[in-house]
Design a protein around this ligand. Sequence first.
Ligand code: SF4
Length: 470
Amino acid sequence: MNDPLAKPRESCGVVGAWGPATPALRTMMISLQHRGQQSAGIAACHDTGIVCRTGSGRVTEVFPDARPRVLRDAHGAVGHVRYATSGADGPEDGSAQPILLDGWADPVCLAHNGTLVNTGPARAKLGIPAGATDTAVLGRLLTAAMEQRGVTLSDALHTVLPRITGAYSLVLTDGRRLYGVRDPQAFRPLCLGRLDDTWLLASESAAVAAVGGTFVRELEAGEVVEIGAAGFRSSRLDVPGARRASCLFEHVYFARADSRIDGRSVYEARYAAGRALVRHAPPPPGADVVVAVPDTARVAADGYAWQAGLPSVQGLLRHEGVGRSFITAAPAGRAAAVRQKLSVVPAAVEGRSVVLVDDSLVRGTTMTAVVAMLREAGVRAVHLRIASPPHRWPCFYGIDTGRGDALVGARVAPDRLAAHLGCDSAGFLPLDALLGAVGGATDSYCTACLDGRFPTAVEFPDGALLQRQP
Ligand code: SF4
């Protein structure tokens, strides 16, 4: 395994609850279903111990009962929804989460969102197979740290995590306390909420809102929070010099539009990106309508239409029950999934010159299929506008955008992209304009997949090292 992209990567949804409203956890998981549909799991804390249940599929398939037995009378719980990337795809191979850590005096359950980039030495030292997830490696490291008498889970987190590099938002429980951890770069989101006397942790604020809770705040970069009978405690991992680098792609595509991430409304960021796109890639003369690629591009398309003074029409319909084609692993499967997932509304677009707005251009598979479908429906012209720059580098921090040679922006010169995708013109939002739309400090985001500026070193299993780009 000479390629860090060949190992299973995890960009998922994690949740936690501590208090009388713990059964609300299942609803929180459903609200994060867009972050992963391949498996779901709950570890619930009862007076008699921790019970962990995982299964393949969506939350409603794994836990069909609105009040699942595992959550009844639980005083705390950890939940996880997972999307399978290369390597592993379900609970049968041990990759579903939460995972129960073996060898503790008290059992511990761990749910992890993200991917680590320097686990090679730990895998070799502990004899962990190449196909095992980073979460399993992390679990083994924590277990080893706890073997010394008197070392608490909090101690183990503060000892082990500063030696780990990469993306990790964690929710853990030892049955007596609930822990939340965000890595020192804050790659993946994690926030804190309250529902009366119950503390909540969630990858996105939309999960807190889904149960009627109150958003408290996001965890800071490198923060560890501990919630238990003694109340709430916050501490920091000791990682000097770490640069904050939260994932820009969460704002562009991954997160829900009704979430807040990095102190910003995802909706506002996408709308502003759509408006800015008009300034950098205006509609051509004679354009009739704006059409969004549903669903994540809808907000950017609304911003584009408003700024351009064009009507926004629902020229493409998205059908429920089909997962994100982005998450579907094989290229042929993705192309087929697009035709299952989307259909054209001929009455909205036939004979018209369409400005087609999408949030991002990754492999190009979806876009090629969508443009072909619009042409088959009798569209006069298709002018593609993308509310971010094309992806040109792989992500090592958990988002499965594919290897460099799978990314159409890396393979095809910018002036040939329109012809390659089958459209009449193509325009993109430059990175500085995207950062301006998202807001906040421009150097506080990871932009590696767009500009090759990796915020950490990335270690390859054969010893090669991709240096951090300052
Ligand atoms: S490389 Fe791209 S997708 Fe990966 S964490 Fe950075 S911004 Fe997000």
